[in-house]
Design a protein around this ligand. Sequence first.
Ligand SMILES: [Fe+2]
Length: 362
Amino acid sequence: MDVEKPLSIPPAQFISPAQFAQPESLKVRPLLLKPQWMNGLSERLLVSHYENNYGGAVRRLNAIRARLATLDWAQTPVFEINGLKREELIAASSVILHEIYFDSLRGHGDNPPSGAEEPPAGLAQALERDFGGVKTWRTEFTSMAKALAGGSGWAILAWSERFGRLINHWAADHTHNLPGATPILALDMYEHAYHIDFGAKAAVYVDLVMANLNWERIGARYRLAIGEGADEDKFFLPYGAPAQEEARISAEELKATLEGDNTRRPVLLDLCLPRDLPRRNDMLAGATMHAPAALSRWVEELPRDRPIAVYCICGFQVSGTAVTELRRRGYDARALVGGITAWHAIGGATVPLDTSTYEGTS
Ligand SMILES: [Fe+2]
């Protein structure tokens, strides 16, 4: 059985029994980067990668696990067991490496990343110790990644307990790894990670990923790997999302609720900043779209005897701020973790965008 943290990183000491998921069901984690604010990596590329490839791996893993849960192990042909266990490992490894990849990219807050940040002191010292410096590590890491161009795989920076050092290791597919080593940074070299923006120019993509690294999160992951992490959760909360777990709802929970008892069906609120309307083309069925700034105009229409699920594009401050305000006013409101982007990643159905209720539009 998986032990899931509600958001991003799973240090076991922070886990409560309430966070146990069903054995066959793994939840998607939200994007922490702001896809519209990256240096030279397009929103279209990043969101497609997250929804289709990462989300696809989560959905595939859950489907395989559901199949395995019903297997008569003693009677099943070995070729079927081999196939399912092989595919399970591939999907599980793909899920974890994609989460490390997306979490390692910047886009926190509303400011585009400058690309100028460097590793925090502890990690910089470790890179100095193990590679002779940050610059020499970077040259080795990027050269290793670029050498995968035209093929597929991962470039990985990992902490090896056995070797007592950080290592750069090559991976020809999702399941290639150094036993016992903990990935700190993973750079996706599958064609789907760059082809939309760069065609076959994988080297350009590698340099732009390096200009978008979130060293705060990579440093936090390093501290956790070497057993020196404390209070690292704050680095893995989506910007502006409600801090309290009871003020959030996962895409999987929302889907189950909408498919269940009609009397417990939440009111769905779709919030979007005016500047973000061009980024939208669909919505959840039954949702009503509003401008966050017009809250005082639409809040009185909300029922006080039903739960309210609020979502925005990625589940950052737009839904987070509104949910905080709604809860302050006594409404049972929760923010959709990861927004409609996470909803897409779990394969949730949508309908064409309806802006007729949006304040400020005709
Ligand atoms: Fe990928």
